[in-house]
Design a protein around this ligand. Sequence first.
Ligand SMILES: [Fe+2]
Length: 243
Amino acid sequence: MFAIAALCKQLQPEAVVVSGDVTQRARPQQFYAARLFLQSLQCPYLVVAGNHDIPLFNLPQRWTSPFANFEQVFGLLEPRLQTDHFDIIGINSIRRRFHTQGHFSHEQIARIVAQLQHSDHQKRRILVSHQPFVVTHQQHHRDVPRRMPKAVQQWAAYGADVFLHGHCHVPAVFDLNQVLHLGVGRPVLDVQAGTGLSVRVRKGYPNSVNVIHPDLSVERWDYHDQQRHFRQVATLWPYSSET
Ligand SMILES: [Fe+2]
């Protein structure tokens, strides 16, 4: 926690984005602790829900009001944040059934298109949802959101520059224009976050954050156990070798 706070103080980001799985079991005290921490960073933040942010064992609540605890603490499920260089739009991809796999509704796809049409074209347009659009590990093969191809095609056509995701615990960047053959004539980045702040990390990937600049370069910063701070270890976009 202190290392992330120190990194924010060092980099002074325009915004901090949390791409879901804020909690492990969607308990109120876990959400309140997360909000307290984000508020301590003293910069604007945007949070979307992950599959861990709806109750798993409390079936009545899961069925009747799965997002109640999230909304009580963070408010909107689909927040929007405008900064000097970025227009950041949150999209809720979590459903009470089949919550591990993401879903987009037709209404969501159309609504985000409308938001993109009226957004400030001088700003980089970033869409945030939990599950990734490109997977490299077989175990996440079924977690790509339902209707993702249609959603990405339309959102990219209307100006989306970057998609942010969590879920897989592996920091990575893919160019969706190339991988999905979008045909928009520019890179459309799928930026996937590692584990920001948890002991639940994937082997070989310590706690990390991605730093995105207005020119859309993306840096990976890893937590270093001995030095107890984050340091830049790679440029994820444009593709380059590790530093
Ligand atoms: Fe997840």
